[in-house]
Each structure stands twice: as C-alpha cells, then as structure tokens.
Design a protein around this ligand. Structure first.
Ligand code: ZN
Length: 738
C-alpha cells in the first residue's frame, strides 16, 4: 500500500484540503485512470535488443502491444469529475495501455495511448525510469509520447502535485504501479513484436458524435476565423493503419476529438468509456476467437483537442423542467447549474457510451479498409521542457504577453454540463464572489496582485502557483513534443486544447513543416500527453471564463506561448536541427516520502453469520432468454485484497460445451458488470450481472466470481482466495420456454 505520511505533515493542510474538496467536488477536472490488459498467454519480455534494419526493402519496423493496467477497483477515487466520493466499486470494462513503435532504421518513436484520465508528469517519469532500466537509451523523453484517452472512469492516485493528490485522496502506490507496469508491459510486447511493415494514413469526418459544450466561448473567436470552419467542434478522424509486409493488419491508431464522459459521475465502475469501447469493438472484430484484451491486433483510439467537445450530443437541458439552460452560465431557473446536464445519444450512460464508441469504431473501420496513402520517409522527434510560468509572446504591435504562475478561476468550480459543480459557482464568471474569495483568503491564501493582474479577467479561486505546501500545487515545467513519421506529425499536447486551440496549433505546425522536405503533411493533436495542465483555450475564449477558460492555468497567453514553442519544435524538425534544441529545465521528481496518501488499508473482511466467502446470497434464475440480465450476488472480500489484478479476471461467464466449462466472458467484457457493494465492519457483497447479448448461444451457463478475503490474527494478516459459483442456468433464444 501507499505509504502513509506522518499526520503532522498534513495537519496544516487538512482545512485547506477540506475546502478544496468542497470547491472542486463537481468540477470536471479530467484526471487519470489506469489501464488494464489481459494477455494471459504472454511471455516475459526478452532481453532488449536493437533490431537491425535491412534497407532498401524494409520500410519501417513496426511493433504493437497492449497490456492490462487496471489498478485497485475499490476505494480509490475515479479520476475525472473530481468527486472524491466517486470511488471505485467494481469493473465495467478493464483499462488497457496500447503501445505503437515505429523505427525507420536509424530513429525510433514510441506512442502510447492508455485508458487513463491523463498522463501525469509522475506517471511519465516513472515509466521512463523503468524503460531506461530495461532498454537503456532506446526509449527517452524525446521519442516517447504518452497520451491518456481521458476516460473519466479510470483510477486516480498517480500525481505528485498537491492539487491532484487532494482530488485523488493522495498518491496511491498500487494505483500508479498498475499503470506503470501495464504501460511498460505494452511497450515490451510492442518491442518484442517489431517487424518490417507498412503504414497507411486515412481521414474522414464523423458528424454525429460530438458537440461543443461551450459554444458561447467558441463564438468569441474572430468571425473570419470561425467562417473558415463548418462546425464548432472538429469532426475529423485520422487513422494510421499498420500492416506487415504481406499486408496483414497489425494495428490501428486513431485520433478523434471527444471527451470520454459518456459515463457520468454517478458511475462507480472502472470503465474505459467511449474511446475504450471503440478499441474494444475494433479489436473484437479483428481478434476473432479471443476474449477482450487478448489477441494480436491492437487498436488505439487516442484523445485529441477535446477541450470543449462533449459526447453528450442531445445537449444540455434543465432536467427538472425540460427548459433550455442559460446559454452563458449553463444554469437553470430552478435547480441552478446542477439541473443543467447534457445527455445522449442513448437512453442511459451505458447506451450512450456504446453508441459514441461504435460510431467512432465504425468510421475507423471504414477508413482502415479504404486506406491507400502510404507513409514514407524518416522519423523525427523533438522535445523540450519549458517553464510555462515564464514565457513571453508577442501580443499585438505594441505589447507583449506573458504567461502566469498557475491559478484556477471561479468557473473551474462550476464544472461543466458533463458533470456539474457544487454550491453557487457558475460558468462564465468574470466577477468572482466575495463570499468565496473570503474563504479562500482565510484558508488557502490571497493571490498576489501580480498573479491577479496576470490572469485578468479570470477571478482567481485558487492561486495554485503560489502554494507550495507540502509540495507545489501545480507544475511549472511542462513537456512540449512533436514526433513525425514521414509526412505525418503528432503534436503531443500537455492537456485539453479546445477545438479552436487545436486548429491553431495544427496550422502553425503545418506552416513550419512546410519549410522542410514534407509533402502532403497531416498534423494531429494528441491530447492529455506527458503531463496534465488542465485546459488550453484561445485568448478570445479565455475572456468568457467558462469552465475551460477558468481552467487555463497559465493565463490568457497560454495558447500563444505553446504555439510559439511548438513552432520552434516543428522548425527544428523541418531543418533537421532537433539535436540542437535546448533541453530546458528538468521537471522535479519528488521523493516518495514527500507525497501523501489519505487512503487507509482496508479492514479485515467478514462474512455474515453462518456464511462463507463466495457463497451465493441471491441466486440466478433457472432460465433466461437473450436480451435479459442474469444476476447473482456473492459474499465477497474487498477487491483490494486481491492485490495486483492485472491479467486476471474477477468474473467469468462460462458455457458448458463439449463436456467442459468454457469461458465466454470475463470482467473485461462489455456484457458483464461487476459491482462491489461495501457494507459495514468489513462485510461486503459482489453482484455480477451478465447482459445476455442477442448473439449468445442457447445453452447451459454459470457465473463465477474470484476474490480474496483478509483475516487479521494479532499483527499478521492472512489473505485467502475464494471462488463463488452460481447455480447452472439455461439461456434460450426462443421467446417461449418451459
Ligand atoms: Zn476534460
């Protein structure tokens, strides 16, 4: 378990933490998650070797890999909505890391997309340390991009800055360890599978799967700029198709700008959300006969400039009255902002997740099968660390702009229509609120005049850049990075760029690459990469101070500063001078004993009187027809007592076939839901639901649950495995049965 910091260290913080919990309870800070994999047939990675390339026949060496990175599915907060009471209580789908390596014979890049809320600086640094031990200088900060899908139903606890540790209930070792191990394992697999191959690029439009959740901010962008685009979100989906030299598919990597917030903050099960569903559907289609998370084909659906792009495409509505929400503030005449919630397109969050995921997956399949434009040419990687509190940019003909020490505005605490905040905070707030300012000043400290002026017109709620106890509340040193494969460029950004911010940075990078030997350039933004710095709006959107503007932590000139830096990287790539780029200041790696953990070890498990662990409390029905839900409840232990659950399953649905029980679903399957129901004094239950799909074979089935329980004897704890097995039941496809 994560270390517990001496409580005296926290005393000074506790009040501040409590206030911040309150302030942030509903703010939709997307944070992390972890991932999971279940490649049970995988061997341990071999000794790393640098493959040789044999030009000219070989175009690229390509390796793809996937690994489970699901951490503890109980008690740890889910990372995304910053509701600290939204802790994990089971599994809907597992979390995976997907790795893609491309080598041109002399240079190599590695792109990882993981089912986490975002990649944190700590997570990246820990992964890079592991890779260094295993592979020496092969995978480094300049040629490794790590992107989070931004699922809001992954696990928290993998940050080293105070603000994120607060919303995560601390730095939670088992949580980050599962992510690090899963990511590294996906890289090991990709590395081991490196072989000559070809890459094709294709793109298309997906019209019906995202909606701008801050149109009022978007409208503040210059009219002539807006007129160049048909929509106020990006509809473009770009895919890379990886094949071996025989044309057999190895993998797919795709970018589409949408928030994975189809699963809302009422969900308690770990889930990879809509982008995870897209991977799931694509991989199930390619890996015939494999269970989810297994099989050689790897389909990664990466996040992009999703800052203001919501999947809840029915749009926001006052849920109590059916009226339209206020356009600027996203609040309702009765019920305020909490009543203004965006839904859709499905009847519930599960259906919405599936529909959005399926839309993305289907479009990607179409593009995958028709992809014919092949990538050629060498590989480049450009990376710098930048002190984002100290950047100067040209503003207009007479003035320069400066970036600021990090700070969050009032509307940050308002949340969004994808997950509303608490109290009286609303979006679009440029006035502040004396009541909350007073509380802030008393407990968190007054922002300096310099920081206030720098962030204008943002009313500062938390001046995180001026808070350093026990560790800095926000980062100052940020990764900027671009990798290119032939004429294809991936702009790895450290947060959530809005639609227009993404367009501007893509355009700037394109212009710079134009100066070099690049033809038919395609530039994508990969979101939530390397370190999390919240949102990045345009200067104009910032003025409106909706949630995204309030969360643009380095102030109004943040985007301009990034554009300047990424131009520099692109220019270096175009001119072949990436080796001469200054590295910049190295980010800190705080000692473990300076990080805090507020999550206690779980208590010993207890079974109810005269019951045993794994015993069935509520039995399945004898017969179900397809489309129904089979459900069984067991006496359970705390899933945290199962330790590292990567590459395992807590659930199986089994069919009796050829005289044996054959596993047809695991806890990674979309059709299964594992709910852990925490009771009192160590008593808990687990309910397994199987949503029997239309394609299920008629036959004889059972459901099993695998867990562990802890007993304490004196100072020692004993962990014991248990298995729960339901009665055998029949599934029938006919409407009538007896
Ligand atoms: Zn977000």
């Amino acid at each position: 378990m994560a270390r517990k910091t001496a409580s005296c260290r926290l005393n000074g913080l506790e009040i501040s933490l409590m206030v911040l919990f309150l302030l942030m309870t509903a703010a939709s800070v997307g944070l992390i998650t972890v991932l999971a994999l279940k490649l049970d047939s995988e061997k341990q990675p071999e000794e790393p070797t640098i493959p040789t390339v044999n030009p000219p026949e070989t175009r690229y060496l390509i390796g793809v890999g996937r690994a489970d990175c699901t951490g503890p599915v109980a008690d740890v907060p889910l990372m995304g909505y910053a509701h600290t009471e939204q802790t994990a209580r089971g599994i809907h789908t597992r979390l995976f890391s997907r790795a893609f390596i491309v080598d041109d014979g002399s240079k190599r890049v590695l792109f990882v997309t993981a089912d986490v809320g975002m990649v944190s600086q700590r997570l990246r640094l820990e992964v890079l340390r592991e890779l260094k031990v295993k592979y020496g200088d092969l995978y480094r900060q300049d040629n490794v991009v790590m992107s989070g899908t931004h699922t809001h139903s992954g696990l928290a606890g993998y940050f080293q800055y105070t603000l994120f540790m607060i919303t995560s209930n601390g730095y939670i070792k088992p949580s980050i360890q599962a992510m690090v191990n899963g990511i590294v394992k996906s890289v090991d697999t990709a590395h081991r599978n490196l072989r000559p191959g070809r890459i094709f690029i294709n793109k298309g439009e997906l019209i019906d799967s995202n909606l701008n959740r801050s149109p009022h901010s978007y409208l503040n962008n210059p009219e002539e700029e807006r007129n160049r685009y048909e929509y106020n979100t990006d509809k473009q989906i770009v895919i890379l198709k990886f094949t071996d030299m025989d044309g057999d598919g190895m993998g797919l990597l795709s970018w589409f700008a949408v928030h994975p917030v189809s699963m809302n903050y009422t969900n308690r099960m770990v889930s990879s959300d809509n982008l995870g569903y897209a991977s799931y559907a694509f991989e199930q289609d390619k890996n015939i006969g494999f269970l989810p998370g297994e099989g050689p084909f790897v389909a990664g659906f990466s996040s992009s400039n999703l800052g203001d792009s919501s999947p809840n495409i029915r749009g926001p509505v006052c849920v109590n009255t059916g009226e339209k929400c206020d356009y600027l503030n996203s609040s309702c005449p009765t019920g305020g902002k909490k009543a203004c919630i965006a839904f859709g397109p499905g009847e519930d969050m599960f259906e919405s997740t599936r529909i959005i995921g399926e839309n993305i997956s289907k479009k990607a399949k179409e593009l995958y099968s028709s992809a014919s434009q092949e990538l050629h040419g060498s590989i480049h990687a450009a990376h710098q660390w930048v002190n984002m509190t100290d950047e100067t940019v040209p503003f207009n003909s007479t003035h320069t702009g400066r970036t600021c020490k990090p700070a969050l505005g009032h509307s940050f605490a308002a949340g969004t229509t994808d997950g509303g905040g608490e109290f009286n905070f609303v979006q679009g707030d440029t006035d502040g609120d004396p009541f909350w300012d007073g509380i802030r000043d008393a407990l968190l400290g007054t922002p300096s005049n310099e920081t206030k002026a720098c962030h204008h017109p943002k009313p500062i709620l938390v001046s995180t850049g001026e808070m350093n106890d026990p560790l800095p509340w926000h980062p100052a040193i940020v990764d900027v990075q671009i990798i290119t494969i032939g004429s294809f460029a991936i702009v790895a950004v450290p947060g959530e760029f809005t639609t227009m911010s993404g367009r501007r940075i893509r355009e700037a990078v394109k212009q710079e690459l134009d100066q070099g030997p690049f033809t038919n350039k395609e530039v994508v933004v990969a979101g939530l990469c390397n370190i999390y710095t919240h949102y990045i709006t345009t200067y104009e959107e910032y003025q409106i101070q909706r949630y995204e503007g309030a969360s643009t932590i380095f102030g109004p000139h943040t985007l301009s500063a990034y554009i300047q830096r990424y131009r520099g990287l692109a220019k270096a790539i175009a001119q072949g001078t990436t080796g001469e780029l200054p590295k910049g200041p190295e980010p800190p790696f705080f000692d473990d004993d300076k990080l805090f953990n507020l999550i206690k070890d779980p208590v010993a498990d207890r079974a109810p009187v005269n019951r045993t662990f794994g015993e069935v409390l509520e039995q399945v029905s004898p017969v179900y027809k397809v489309g129904e839900v089979a459900s069984v409840t067991f006496v359970a232990g705390n899933p945290r007592h199962s330790g590292d659950i990567r590459d395992k399953t807590l659930v199986t649905v089994e069919r009796f076939h050829n005289d044996m029980w054959e596993i047809v679903h695991t806890d990674a399957s979309w059709e299964t839901r594992f709910h852990w129901i925490k009771g009192f004094l160590g008593i808990s239950n687990a309910t397994v639901e199987w949503y029997i799909p239309g394609a299920a074979e008629a036959g004889t089935y059972r459901i099993q649950h695998f867990g562990h329980y802890k007993q304490s004897q004196g100072n020692t704890s004993i962990i014991t495995p248990y298995v729960g097995t339901s009665d055998v039941f029949r599934v029938t496809r006919s409407f009538y049965y007896f």
